[in-house]
Design a protein around this ligand. Structure first.
Ligand SMILES: Cc1cccc(C(=O)O)c1OC(=O)C1CC1
Ligand SMILES: [Zn+2]
Length: 311
C-alpha cells in the first residue's frame, strides 16, 4: 500500500498541543511515524495501537480520518517514543531498542484500571491509571516512555535478570535514561512526576537525588531484602540511582558524557546476573575506555559508587 509521511495535530495528556508524524493512506491516516532512519534502512517505524481496555497487544493500529488526533494517551505514547528513538540514535548511535531499526510498537488503554506501564519483550504497554486519581494515563510522561523503551534496550544488551540486585540495576538503568531523555531541570530528579496524582504537584514514584524521600535506600547498608516486587527492584534501584545522581552532579561531568558511560557499561560490560559491585566496575571501565584513566569522569564515577557504599 502506498505510504506517505504526514503531520497531524493533537493534544497530549497534559492538554499540550503537539505535532504528530503519521502515515497517510487513501481515506485517512495511520498513527505510524515513517520519518526515522530506521524506515529507509529496514522499514521500521513507530506505531501506536489501542487495546480498547482489553488485555491484548498490540491491539488495533490507531487511524484517524482528518489527522487531528483526540486520544491524548496515544498522542503522547507516539510522540514520546519518537523522542526516545531520536535520543538513542543521535546521542548514542543506537538504532531503536534492538539496534536493528526494529519497529517501536506502543499499546495504550491496556487492560482496565491498570496503573502500570511495561515492556512485554517486544513492545510497550500503558495502562490508563488505577481508576482513582493516583495516576494519569501512563504514557503522559516522557520519562516513563523512555523508562519502558530502555527496558527493551536492556533486554537486548545486558539482559539483566529482573530479580534482586540485577533487577534493581535493570530498573535503575531505565530510570537513568528516563531522566536523561526527559532532561528537565527539576532539582529533585523525579521519576513519573508528570503522571503521578495529576492533581497534586511535586510528587512522583521515585526520586534519584534523594531516594529516601519515597522510602527507597540510598546506601548499600539500607539494601532491602524482600520477596516483594521481584526482590525490591523498584526500591533497591535507589542505590544505583543515587550513584548516577552523584556522578552527573560532580563538577566537570556533563550529562551527555555520563550517558555515554552508562550506555557503554550496559551494552559492553554488564551481564544478566551482574550485581551492584559489577555495575561499579562496569561504569569505571566504560569511563576509562571513553575518557582515560585518572580522568574527571573516572574519579567521579568511582567516588559516586563509594558514596553509596558500593566498592
Ligand atoms: C508505573 C510502573 C508500574 C509498574 C512497573 C513499572 C516499570 O516500568 O518498572 C512502571 O513504570 C515506571 O516505573 C516508570 C518510570 C515511571
Ligand atoms: Zn521499570
Amino acid at each position: 500500500v502506498h505510504h506517505a509521511a504526514a503531520v497531524g495535530q493533537g493534544k497530549g495528556v497534559l492538554n499540550d498541543n503537539k505535532s504528530i508524524n503519521t502515515d497517510s493512506y487513501p481515506g485517512g491516516y495511520y498513527l505510524r511515524d515513517i520519518t526515522k532512519p530506521m524506515y529507509s534502512q529496514s522499514g521500521g517505524a513507530i506505531e501506536t495501537y489501542t487495546a480498547k481496555n482489553k488485555m491484548v497487544s498490540p491491539g488495533t493500529l490507531l487511524t484517524d480520518s482528518d489527522n487531528i488526533w483526540n486520544d491524548p494517551a496515544a498522542v503522547d505514547a507516539h510522540v514520546y517514543a519518537g523522542k526516545v528513538y531520536d535520543y538513542y540514535y543521535t546521542k548514542l548511535g543506537r538504532n531503536s531498542f534492538d539496534d536493528e531499526g526494529g519497529t517501536l510498537k506502543s499499546t495504550v488503554h491496556y487492560r482496565e484500571n491498570y496503573g502500570n506501564a511495561g515492556w512485554t519483550g517486544t513492545q510497550m504497554v500503558y495502562g490508563d491509571g488505577d481508576g482513582s486519581d493516583k495516576y494519569a494515563y501512563l504514557s503522559g510522561a516522557l520519562d516513563v516512555v523512555a523508562h519502558e523503551i530502555t527496558h527493551g534496550v536492556t533486554e537486548r544488551t545486558a539482559d539483566l535478570v529482573y530479580e534482586g540486585q540485577s533487577g534493581a540495576l535493570n530498573e535503575s538503568w531505565s530510570d537513568v535514561f528516563g531522566n536523561l531523555i526527559e532532561n528537565k531541570s527539576d532539582p529533585e530528579w523525579l521519576c513519573g512526576e508528570d503522571i503521578t496524582t495529576p492533581n497534586i504537584p511535586g510528587d512522583a514514584l521515585r526520586s534519584m537525588s534523594d531516594p529516601t524521600k519515597y522510602g527507597d535506600p540510598d546506601h548499600m547498608r539500607d539494601y532491602v531484602d524482600t520477596t516483594e516486587d521481584h526482590g525490591g527492584v523498584h526500591t533497591n534501584s535507589g542505590i544505583p540511582n543515587k550513584a548516577f545522581y552523584n556522578f552527573v552532579t560532580t563538577s566537570g561531568v556533563i550529562r551527555d558524557n555520563a550517558a555515554k558511560v552508562w550506555y557503554r557499561a550496559l551494552s559492553q560490560y554488564l551481564t544478566s546476573n551482574s550485581k551492584f559491585i559489577d555495575a561499579r566496575n562496569a561504569t569505571i571501565q566504560a569511563a576509562t575506555d571513553l575518557f582515560g584513566a585518572g580522568s574527571t569522569e573516572v574519579n567521579a564515577v568511582t567516588n559516586a559508587w563509594s558514596n553509596v557504599g558500593v566498592g
